[in-house]
Ligand binder design. Structure first.
Ligand code: KMH
Ligand code: ZN
Length: 278
């Protein structure tokens, strides 16, 4: 098996400090948290940004500050900078223009959700024209997409977009299961989706709330990769808030060690993901 890539979804676009006091919000906090996670073995940071009052804001300057501060921390801490993966999902209600604005910074990776899905009481909107538009922006800027799969039909959309030439295989998929309104996070659902992966794809598994750990463990033992962190789950175990994102990484590092699977460095992750600028 390839070394395990750990992606950390540090903050997300929906939570607030009312949900957990351990949520990093400012660029300084996000960068410090990213550095801690990278030091423990994470190789990809999935990024959203927040305004001074914690409001989700897809603002280019905020993302630029996160990038700069993360690089500075890694350099002074003597570790390689992780891959920075910008969210193009943003948070519910953002316009597509807002969601795309930070891509001007040309990160190595960015997300691309392959369909509209109910998101709790809200709607996370990704019509086909929107998906094509985001995919084109990524292509033009040579940013590698991570395809976010929240529901089964999104795998059919992946196939359709490959046929259209909008997406180019081989591709990297991230299954985000357990969003209320999307496909739930039972392992059998992940197995079903894996059966639909286009040849040559790489994949990771993320689970919302209580689904995070079992889906991560399945991926660890089946040649996939993992996404974890506060965006998806704020509890380290039942009733115990995680004191930041690093505890999830530390636990996964231990599980990988027990399973005899090495962790991917950022350089190895660039090779595994065939990053366009590697
Ligand atoms: N905040 C969610 C509505 C992504 O980052 O690409 C969407 C999301 C997906 O978080
Ligand atoms: Zn996200």
């Amino acid at each position: 098996m390839e070394p395990l890539m750990i992606t950390v979804a540090l903050v997300g676009g929906e939570l607030s400090r009312k949900d957990t006091p351990f949520l990093p919000l400012t660029p300084d906090e996000i960068a410090a948290e990213g550095f801690r996670c990278a030091r423990e073995g994470a190789c990809i940071l999935h990024l959203h940004a927040r305004d001074v009052d914690g409001t989700p804001r897809h603002d280019r300057a905020l993302f630029a500050a996160i990038v700069r501060k993360t690089d500075e921390q890694c350099e002074s801490g003597g570790i390689s900078s992780p891959i920075l993966q910008f969210s193009t999902g943003g948070s519910i209600g953002m316009t597509v223009d807002e969601r795309l604005a930070p891509l001007a910074l040309r990160p190595e990776m960015a997300t691309l959700t392959l369909g509209t899905v109910n998101f709790g009481e809200d709607i996370f909107e990704n019509s086909l024209p929107t998906i094509r538009r985001i995919a084109q922006a990524l292509r033009e800027k040579k940013i590698t997409p991570e395809l976010e799969i929240f529901d089964a039909g999104m795998m059919d959309t992946a196939r359709q977009l490959i046929e259209e030439g909008v997406l180019e295989a081989p591709l990297h998929f991230n299954f985000v299961l357990g969003v209320p309104g999307g496909l739930s996070g039972e392992v059998e659902n992940l197995e079903f989706l894996l059966g639909k992966l286009p040849e040559g794809s790489t994949w990771s598994a993320a689970g919302i709330g209580r689904y995070q750990l079992p889906l991560n463990q399945f991926a660890l033992s089946h040649g996939g990769h993992v996404r974890l962190g506060l965006e998806d789950n704020i509890y380290l175990q039942k009733g115990q808030l995680a004191e930041g994102n690093a505890p999830f990484v530390i636990r996964m590092k231990e599980l990988a060690k027990q399973a005899g699977r090495a962790l991917a460095s950022p350089g190895e992750a660039r090779r595994i993901l065939r990053l366009r600028r590697s």
